[in-house]
Write a protein of this length. Structure first.
Length: 333
């Protein structure tokens, strides 16, 4: 009988999965390099690049001036020249000066050149509330970028997916916005293989099977949704929890199959009520599973205000209780 070797793993938090993914990519491919503010000697604000400049040198882990538009613009040129830049925005809320570069250049080169040139670059961006950060640091505006044709938007909720999705994003021939929930960076540890592997972009994960309602979430809202689902089991409500993982393109097949099974839906998003990714999920359901619905589509979201500071931050973020209340209302409709 042949004994299969067991894959070596380490317990890592999400930020550790990001760091391991970056290290693996730098080892595998000499065309990969990192750029961002304070990512070198300091290892980044959240230490996601800790130790990488010492291992790979300042020519591949590059500290930049405080210019998000400049970082993205230089990376476009480097990507067109055959390199694979992985750049860090210190916070998603700091990406706005680079919005023009992303919308006008990063996402359009494949179309502009009729497929002759792609822009294989990854833009990493910590996002979301829950860590008591100052104004503009806690935005969850991912929907601004899912509206950009030509840009994939990825959001892991754990270290295993973080490493696998990051390696898949770096290997992708087109640009990827890679969102990292700050609240989730060190919230839990999971087993992460030491070897290289990928998690496919565009494929959701069913984290919990259920029959009464489908909960769709991503990032920090995964733990909130799972906690709510477990508590509702005591009152006889069976929740299916799905981690979208990729926000653009959505995994329409998994979304539709789940709704056809449960007949009810609740999307949990940290972003604002209006214009969020939840509406894209609703559109998929209306197109592919409308006749399976047994209750109106529901969502739990942030409010249509800038993320408030400190004392009010916890009132803005969707809570387990808010999710439970909405699910009970939907199931009893």
């Amino acid at each position: 009988m042949t004994t299969q070797a067991k894959t070596a793993t380490r317990k890592l938090p999400l930020v550790g999965g990001v760091n391991d993914g970056l290290r693996t990519a730098l080892k595998q491919d000499d065309s990969v390099f990192l750029m961002g503010e304070d990512i070198g000697v300091n290892g980044g604000v959240f230490r996601a690049t800790d130790g990488l400049v010492q291992e790979f040198g300042e020519e591949r882990v590059i500290d930049t001036p405080l210019s998000e538009a400049g970082i993205v613009g230089v990376s476009v040129g480097m990507a067109l020249a055959g390199f694979k830049p992985v750049i860090e925005m210190q916070f998603l809320g700091f990406i706005y000066p680079a919005f023009e570069q992303i919308m006008t250049h990063v996402t359009r080169y494949r179309m502009r050149t009729m497929g002759a040139y792609g822009v294989p670059m990854v833009i990493r961006a910590p996002y979301g509330a829950g860590i008591r950060a100052p104004e503009i640091h806690s935005d969850s505006t991912e929907a601004l970028f899912t509206h950009m044709p030509g840009l994939k938007v990825v959001c892991p909720s754990n270290a295993y997916d973080a490493k696998g999705l990051l390696l898949a994003s770096i290997a992708d021939p087109d640009p990827v916005l890679f969102l990292e929930s700050m609240r989730t960076y060190r919230a839990q540890k999971v087993d992460v293989p030491e070897e290289a592997y990928t998690v496919p972009i565009g494929k959701a994960a069913v984290l919990k099977e259920g029959t009464d309602i489908s909960i769709f979430a991503w990032g920090a809202m995964i733990s909130v949704s799972l906690d709510a689902a477990r508590k509702l089991e005591g009152s006889g409500i069976s929740c299916e929890v799905i981690d979208l993982r990729t926000l653009s393109p959505l995994d329409e097949e998994t979304i539709i199959a789940s709704v056809q099974k449960t007949g009810r839906v609740c999307v949990v998003q940290e972003g604002h009520q209006t214009g969020g990714v939840a509406h894209d999920v609703f559109a998929v359901i209306n197109d592919g599973a409308f006749l399976s619905l047994r209750a109106p589509l529901a969502k739990v979201a942030g409010y249509d205000v800038p993320v408030p500071l400190f004392a009010l931050e916890d009132h803005y973020i969707p809570t387990v209780q808010r999710v439970m209340d909405q699910i009970q209302q939907t199931v009893t409709f």
